[in-house]
Every structure is written in structure tokens, then in C-alpha cells.
Design a protein around this ligand. Structure first.
Ligand code: AGP
Length: 594
């Protein structure tokens, strides 16, 4: 899970590579490097650390080059393991995203033939394989080399004395940016938007040759193919911070608009998918991380509104589960659409005979090619590693799906659907109310910054929200936190409660409220500070050290509002602790390895 950018054209390439890489830094940021074709060779500079650690003044003038920002998979972050890689003779330079599963075997074979390797990475074998197979035709060589690779890859290859870039993809994203007298390639669209908004998405197995005024593409069988040119309507400002100190904060504040956009044109007529074509009597949702928490909330939504049984599985576990005769309608949720675990799960579900639907935020992302149906959330680009507005819009889509299914199977009355729609329409306003209270929430963080351990508890539909609150705090504030169903604390975790273990408790006035109050009383008796989030209540106020209230909504919609509070709690806690909020250590925005 790294970032790739490449350019060939009439302009000086160094600055273009750096600018593109900076826009991709969220994909990985433990090392960076560039390769530029110069006079009679290829100039290489690479370094452990951030893109800013590259010395641009040292770059030679050139019009064709490739760059890479890395998130380590094989081999620790260090200069040697950074991309690009040369072959032995320094004739080729290669950058790679993904994982080559059979690299050990390839490396052994090439070592026997006399190839010397300089890194511990899987990626370096690609440069040497190209050298080993080169027969004066680089296109044919790359086509041959990719047949020897097992695993996932997005590859860019430079050759000395050449102005073209050879690229190939399999299960790792790669997009061509089409310009005038210049063409680009990148692992993700934001790196291209400074230069063009016209892009071509490669399919798995494609190999392409990119010259300044021509792009030629071949499919996995070697047939010349055309790939559609798509116009991207995200402008660059969308992908930038817009005055906020961090992308995460900007994205939290964008949620009223994101909800509105995700509802637009869908509230009264949902045409994205014709569910009547499918058997939806049993539903399974599969996803990872924050998207998994959205799936868990989705289970409650679908079971309550549409009265359809629903199970939820982690994508990384699903493929190892035993297939059964039951073929649930399977929903895959992935904001990026590039999460390897979820893509593999989509393939597995298809293999087992299930009909599949992807909910994703990224148009034409890899997962969209693996499923029967796609619904796009309309959150706009999310750059901060911590998922915020994409979680919220995933929930919005799940509400819309539940309404549609409930009406289709006659388990939902039209007047009740109408009530739900009205509530959905009010949500942007309610989120705005909470955002306007961010200073109050910020003050509460003082109670969290000192803690080493924090519990998040909730029941029923807000139990997964507790999980999500804990994940967000771990991820960006580096504080150990655990989400629990409130009733479970007494079965073990109670042993950890002390006066310095804050508990963030979610209480909304649903059928669990009385029980939750009892749980809070038990926690208070152990001396743990309680930060309650939810509906206003006198008794709750008495029991808790802080109470952050949300606008009054039916409990079914409370996850969206409670979660905004938890996002802000995590953000301001991380801010107080001076953490790297948009790029937390050891993490990357899309996890394209299993
Ligand atoms: C959330 O803040 C995380 N960055 C992470 O858990 C993320 O949700 C997970 O990796 C799944 O990503 P996806 O939605 O792009 O598939």
C-alpha cells in the first residue's frame, strides 16, 4: 500500500513527481524515492522518511520519471528498501505497489543466475526479472515478466535513453492521466488533478506504454485494447485542507454536506440497485476496520427496518470460514474500494455463488469490478487516514437500503418509511448543531489526555459506535482503548477499572436506557470518571462527570450523531497530545495487502 506517480512530457519532471507524491502521502509514508531519465542513464534518489526528506536540488533536468512513497510490507523502512529499484546494470528502474507472493522463489532463481540484490523487498525482483528477460522489446518483456508474478502489483518501469513508461496492474490500483503533450500515471487520482482531470483506469492484467503523446494498452491476453477516458469532477480544492489544520477536522466538518449529498436523489426513489432482482431474504455484510463498524450498525438498521436477518463478518476472516448452502445477499463495504481483504472477500462470496453489492466512496475502485452491484457513498475524497465522513455516509446508504428492502418485502409501512425519510433529511442540521458545540467537546478531552486506558461502552445499535469510538482514539491519539457492550464489563474488564480509567458511555433513550443507567452506576461505584454521550437525563447527569448531549432523534439514527461526538473527542485528544493526526504512525489510508 504505497503511492506511485509517473510522468512523461515536455516539462521538467522533478517538481511534478514531488507534487504528485505529496498528494499520495496518505497511502504510505515511511520512505520515498524518484527515478529520472537523464543523459545516458537513470538518476535515482531514495530515502527513509517523508517526501520532504528528498533533496530536490539534486534532481537532474529530465522529462520522464517515476516516484514512490512507501508503506513497508517486506523489509523495514530504510534507504535500501525504498523504491525505485535498479536492475544490475542500472538500465531499468522500477516502482511497485502490492505484494509479490512468489518473490522468494524468483529471487533464488535469479541469484543463481548471478543477479545481486540490494534490498529485502519483494519489489526488487521485478527490475531483475525485466533485465533477465529483456530482448530489445520492453513491451513484450513486461508482458512476459508479469506472467511470472504471483500476487498483487501496480508497476511502473523506466528504461535509460527512453521517454516512455511501461506500466502494469493486477489487484492494485493504477490510473493513467491523459494530458496534452504529456501523460501521467498514478496509483490514485489526487496525484493527477494538478495536470488533468481525464483519466483511464487499467483493468487487472493490463500492460500499457505511456509516451508523451500516446497511450497504448494491452489486456492480459496481449490484445491491444482501449480503456474508456473518464472525466473526474473532484477539483483539487476538494482534495485539499480548505483552511482546516488537519484533513480529519475538515472531513468531520464536511459531514452535513456529505450526508446531504449521499441522500440526494435517493430519498424518495432509490434507483441505484433494483433489489427485486435478487433474493435478499438473508443478508451478510463484510468489511474491515471502521467499515466493519458501519456494517455492525447496518445489521441493526436492516433487521429493525426491513426485518431481514443479517450477519456481519470481518473480511480478513470470511475467506477462511466454511462455505454453506445458504447464499446470503452479500454486501461489501469499503470506503476506498481498494482494501485487499475486502476485495478477496468479494471474490470469495462470488465463488460461493452469492450475489454481491459493494458500498464504496471511490468511483471505479477495484472492488467495483468484483461485484454484481455498486452503490457509491457521496462523501467526496477522504484524505485523513482516520475514516470519518465515509463512515457516516456508509450508514446513510445502509438506511436507504433498509428502507428500500422493507418496502419491497412489505415489512415496512409507507407512513413509517415517510417518518424515517423525514428524520434522515434532518440529520445534516443535527450534525451541524453538534459541530457548533465542538468547544464543549474539546474541553472534555482534558479528562482523556492523561489516561493510559479508556473504555467505550454502549448497548444495541450504539455498541458498534462504542467500538468505532475506541478505534478512532487508538488510531490517532495512541491511547489504548477498548469498546465493549456495556453489559459485558462485569464479566471481566471490571477488574481494570480504577480512578484513572475513564469510561465513555453512550446512552440514548431506547429500550436499553434503564439497563445502561444501572451499568453506569456500577462503573461510578468503582471510581472511574464517566463521560456520557447521548440524550439528556437528570439521573444520567448526576452519575456522570461530563454529559455531552445530542439533538433528540429516534434511537435508530443516534449512531450518526453520537459518532460525530466521538470523532471530535478523538481528534481533540490527539491534538492535545500533539499526534500526527492525518498520518498516524504505522498506518496508511488504504490497506492493499492482506
Ligand atoms: C479507519 O479509521 C481506518 N483507517 C481503517 O480501519 C479502515 O476503515 C479500514 O482499513 C477499511 O478501509 P476501507 O473502508 O477503505 O475498506
Amino acid at each position: 500500500m504505497c503511492g506511485i506517480v509517473g510522468y512523461t512530457g515536455i516539462n521538467s519532471v522533478g517538481d511534478i513527481l514531488l507534487r504528485g507524491l505529496k498528494r499520495l502521502e496518505y497511502r504510505g509514508y515511511d520512505s520515498a524515492g524518484v527515478a529520472i531519465v537523464e543523459n545516458d542513464g537513470i538518476y535515482l534518489q531514495k530515502t527513509k522518511g517523508r517526501i520532504r526528506d528528498l533533496d530536490e536540488d539534486e534532481f537532474p533536468y529530465g522529462n520522464v520519471g517515476i516516484g514512490h512513497t512507501r508503506w513497508a510490507t517486506h523489509g523495514k523502512p530504510c534507504d535500501e528498501n525504498s523504491h525505485p529499484f535498479y536492475d544490475c546494470a542500472g538500465e531499468f528502474a522500477v516502482v511497485h505497489n502490492g505484494i509479490i507472493d512468489n518473490f522468494v522463489t524468483i529471487k533464488e532463481e535469479l541469484t543463481k543466475k548471478g543477479h545481486e540484490f540490494t534490498s529485502e523487498t519483494d519489489s526488487e525482483v521485478i527490475a531483475h526479472l525485466i533485465e533477465d528477460n529483456y530482448d530489445d522489446d520492453l513491451v513484450a518483456t513486461v508482458q512476459k515478466v508479469v506472467t511470472k508474478l504471483k500476487g498483487s502489483y501496480a508497476i511502473c518501469v523506466l528504461q535509460k535513453n527512453s521517454h516512455r513508461i511501461l506500466i502494469a496492474r493486477n489487484q492494485s490500483p493504477l490510473v493513467i492521466g491523459v494530458g496534452v503533450d504529456e501523460n501521467l500515471v498514478a496509483s490514485d487520482v489526487p496525484a493527477l488533478l494538478d495536470y488533468t482531470n481525464e483519466v483511464k483506469y487499467l483493468e487487472d492484467g493490463d500492460v500499457a506504454e505511456i509516451c508523451s503523446n500516446e497511450v497504448r494498452i494491452w489486456d492480459s491476453l496481449g490484445n491491444a485494447v482501449e480503456r474508456e477516458t473518464v472525466e473526474i469532477d473532484w477539483d483539487l480544492e476538494d482534495a485539499e485542507k480548505g483552511g482546516y489544520e488537519h484533513y480529519m477536522l475538515k472531513e468531520i466538518y464536511e459531514q452535513p454536506k456529505a450526508i446531504h449529498d449521499s441522500l440526494l436523489g435517493r430519498l424518495f426513489e432509490f434507483n441505484d440497485v433494483d433489489f427485486k432482482r435478487y433474493d435478499t431474504s438473508f443478508i451478510r455484510i463484510i468489511s474491515c476496520g471502521t467499515s466493519y463498524h458501519a456494517a455492525l450498525v447496518g445489521k441493526y438498521i436492516i433487521e429493525e427496518i426491513a426485518k431481514i436477518p443479517c450477519t456481519v463478518e470481518l473480511a480478513s476472516e470470511y475467506r477462511y470460514s466454511s462455505p454453506s448452502d445458504l447464499l446470503p445477499f452479500t454486501i461489501l463495504i469499503s470506503q476506498s474500494g481498494e482494501t485487499a481483504d475486502t476485495i478477496v472477500a468479494a471474490k470469495e462470496a462470488k465463488l460461493r455463488g452469492c450475489k454481491t453489492l459493494a458500498i464504496t466512496n471511490v468511483i471505479n475502485s477495484s472492488i467495483t469490478r468484483e461485484v454484481n452491484e455498486v452503490i457509491y457513498t457521496q462523501a467526496g475524497p477522504e484524505i485523513g487516514v482516520a475514516a470519518t465522513k465515509t463512515f457516516t455516509t456508509q450508514l446513510i446508504v445502509l438506511y436507504l437500503i433498509a428502507l428500500e428492502l422493507g418496502l419491497n418485502n412489505n415489512k415496512l409501512l409507507r407512513e413509517d418509511a415517510q417518518e424515517y425519510r423525514s428524520e434522515l433529511r434532518r440529520l445534516p442540521r443535527y450534525v451541524k448543531v453538534l459541530l457548533d458545540r465542538s468547544e464543549q467537546i474539546r474541553k472534555v478531552c482534558k479528562k482523556l489526555v492523561e489516561a493510559d486506558d479508556i473504555f467505550f461502552v454502549g448497548r444495541n445499535i450504539n455498541y458498534p459506535v462504542a467500538l468505532e469510538g475506541a478505534l478512532k482514539l487508538k488510531e490517532i491519539a495512541y491511547i489504548h482503548s477498548a469498546g465493549y457492550p456495556a453489559g459485558e464489563l462485569k464479566h471481566g474488564p471490571f477488574a481494570l477499572l480504577t480512578e484513572s480509567t475513564p469510561v465513555v458511555a453512550i446512552l440514548v433513550k431506547d429500550h436499553t436506557f434503564e439497563k445502561m443507567l444501572g451499568n453506569i452506576g456500577e462503573i461510578a461505584a468503582r471510581g472511574s470518571p464517566i463521560i456520557a454521550v447521548g440524550d439528556h437525563d437528570k439521573e444520567l447527569k448526576k452519575l456522570s462527570d461530563e454529559l455531552i448531549t445530542i439533538p433528540s432523534v429516534p434511537p435508530m439514527f443516534s449512531p450518526i450523531l453520537v459518532n460525530v461526538v466521538l470523532q471530535l473527542l478523538a481528534y481533540y485528544t490527539a491534538y492535545e497530545l500533539d499526534c500526527s493526526i492525518d498520518k498516524p504512525r504505522n498506518l496508511a489510508k488504504s490497506v492493499t495487502v492482506e
